[in-house]
Write a protein that binds this ligand. Structure first.
Ligand code: AMP
Ligand code: ZN
Length: 113
């Protein structure tokens, strides 16, 4: 499949890996929008939030646990962080493999239109 994040998950394209386990791979965003900007990507290819079903509830738990683990590892667990998913055109999704942006390390701006 011609998917950038599947290739990173498979090790075919290099990335700065921050964390991995049997469910997810997390790596530093190539164009960081905050001092800490890590993408948490399920190993399974799912096009986005809209592709999730009840079958993925365990995976969603694993992603959120990974986010908390990475936040501790990066030293931002107490200062705070944001977990963001862009889904579809109005959200500006550019890569159609589900990924969670973990952002922190500085005071973040508010979000919205
Ligand atoms: P989104 O706009 O939510 O689909 O986010 C895609 C994110 O992937 C953007 O923040 C990009 O900077 C990031 N990105 C694109 N290519 C790479 C790459 N090769 N390695 C790491 N991050 C990437
Ligand atoms: Zn993929």
């Amino acid at each position: 499949m011609d998917c950038l994040f599947c290739k990173i998950v498979a090790g075919g394209i290099p990335a700065r890996i921050a964390y991995q386990d049997s469910d997810v791979v997390a790596f530093h965003d190539i164009a960081p929008q905050a001092p800490v900007h890590i993408l948490i990507v399920p190993r399974e290819h799912l096009s986005g939030l809209s592709a999730l079903t009840t079958e993925h509830s365990a995976l969603l738990g694993a992603i959120h646990e990974a986010a908390n683990t990475i936040a501790r590892q990066e030293g931002i667990a107490d200062s705070g962080y944001r977990l963001v998913v862009n889904n579809g055109p109005h959200a500006g999704q550019t890569i159609f493999h589900l990924h969670y942006h973990l952002l922190g390390g500085a005071q973040l701006g508010r979000f919205g239109a």
